[in-house]
Design a protein around this ligand. Structure first.
Ligand SMILES: [Zn+2]
Length: 141
């Protein structure tokens, strides 16, 4: 019984991939939006307490870190350029500021990225969600 989610009122289901991704990125269950997607850290709950969706079926793998690194790199580029233009700032201070900001950004972006990837996989019926896509359940073509 890998995916024995409870039937839901269609009004509760997300109506687009974007809506599902927003729910996942905000740490809510992409299917019902009602409770937490993560048990703690980056580990998703086994089953949603409200709708029963099994979230262990995802295979987000390395995609969330790729997203976090891509966004962090683009956000940090102007900061590093700005720090590099400061002639009075020692190199060690620039490295300390840049590395601290990059680590904080990655830590901040990683969980929403994972939630969004899990939601997208569910919506599209990918990996363990095969045959049970959110898209089909919501009746979206
Ligand atoms: Zn749910």
């Amino acid at each position: 019984m890998p995916n024995a989610a409870l039937p839901l009122d269609p009004a509760i289901l997300p109506h687009s991939a974007g809506a599902a991704i927003l729910r996942g990125a905000s740490g809510k269950c992409p299917r019902c939006g009602g409770t937490h997607l993560f048990a703690g850290g980056l580990k998703p709950v086994e089953r949603c307490r409200m709708c029963g969706q099994n979230w262990t079926l995802h295979a987000a793998d390395d995609f969330p870190p790729y997203i976090a690194i891509l966004l962090t790199g683009h956000l940090m580029a102007p900061v590093i350029i700005g720090l590099g233009k400061m002639e009075t700032l020692p190199a060690w201070a620039m490295m300390l500021i840049a590395l601290t900001m990059a680590a904080a950004l990655i830590a901040t972006i990683l969980r929403p990225a994972k939630g969004g990837v899990i939601a997208l996989q569910w919506w599209l019926g990918m990996q363990g969600f095969a045959g049970h896509s959110g898209k089909a359940e919501a009746g979206v073509a």
